[in-house]
Write a protein that binds this ligand. Structure first.
Ligand SMILES: [Zn+2]
Length: 94
């Protein structure tokens, strides 16, 4: 995770005008922008799918709307393998 304040300082910037992030469906932008100079920045989100892997049959599937069960065997014993992450891909500053 990039620390926005430090990144901006590195570049001698005062204002961050655009932040491009890749965000898991479960991660929230507010959590890291609040109270920072990025509060007023526009946000472009690339959403990555939430993927689960079944512990019983090893099926890897896309989790739909909080239904955490295997698409193949309906097991609820699954691991989330992607979608909780939040990366900053790029920022533009002034
Ligand atoms: Zn399964």
């Amino acid at each position: 995770m990039v620390n926005l304040g430090e990144k901006a300082k590195e570049c001698k910037a005062n204002t961050i005008t655009l932040i491009r992030v890749k965000v898991g469906e479960f991660a929230a932008f507010d959590n890291f922008s609040q109270g920072t100079m990025a509060e007023k920045a526009s946000l472009k989100i690339t959403s990555s799918p939430l993927l689960g892997k079944c512990r019983k049959c090893n099926e890897v599937f896309k989790i739909k709307k909080e239904i955490f069960k295997c698409s193949k065997c309906d097991s609820l014993d699954i691991d989330i393998i992607s979608g909780e992450d939040l990366y900053i891909e790029d920022i533009e500053i002034e």
